[in-house]
Design a protein around this ligand. Structure first.
Ligand SMILES: [Zn+2]
Length: 143
């Protein structure tokens, strides 16, 4: 096999569509000829790059559908902000914060000091002065 024949069959050799005898002949030529081996390596790299480029690039219809979906999802809506706020994921500590909210509200809203009770003071009890239990009442000069 000469170089022209080998270069002609490199693509078929890569895709493994050659008959067994031809594939062996091409492989033997690639092992013996540096120029054709280099061309085969280049062809493999190009085919790998083309394959990955086509594999990663979505079709134009898919791209248009994605753009439309993104435009619909992120379009400004009057209630969209509130709904997305309510639908957002809540962290694990959110339940603890929600449970502590009444305590925080009570601490924030309670008065600093208790107010004095504004009630009229009852009159002071009568006090007895100059009273002696041993002195009979009739000996006293009571008028
Ligand atoms: Zn060659």
């Amino acid at each position: 096999m000469n170089c022209d024949d080998a270069l002609e069959k490199l693509s078929d050799h890569h895709h493994e569509t050659l008959a067994t005898g031809e594939a062996v002949a091409v492989a033997e030529h690639l092992g013996a000829c540096g120029g054709c081996a280099q061309a085969y390596c280049r062809l493999q790299a190009q085919l790998r790059g083309i394959g990955s480029a086509y594999a990663e690039r979505p079709s134009s219809g898919t791209r248009d559908a994605l753009r439309a979906a993104v435009a619909t999802e992120f379009a400004a809506k009057p209630t969209g902000g509130l709904l997305s706020f309510l639908r957002r994921p809540v962290p694990a500590y959110g339940a603890v914060l929600a449970a502590a909210l009444p305590l925080v509200a009570w601490l924030a809203l309670r008065p600093a000091e208790p107010k004095p009770i504004d009630v009229a003071q009852p009159p002071a009890p009568a006090r007895i002065h100059d009273y002696g239990a041993t002195v009979p009442l009739f000996d006293r000069n009571v008028s």
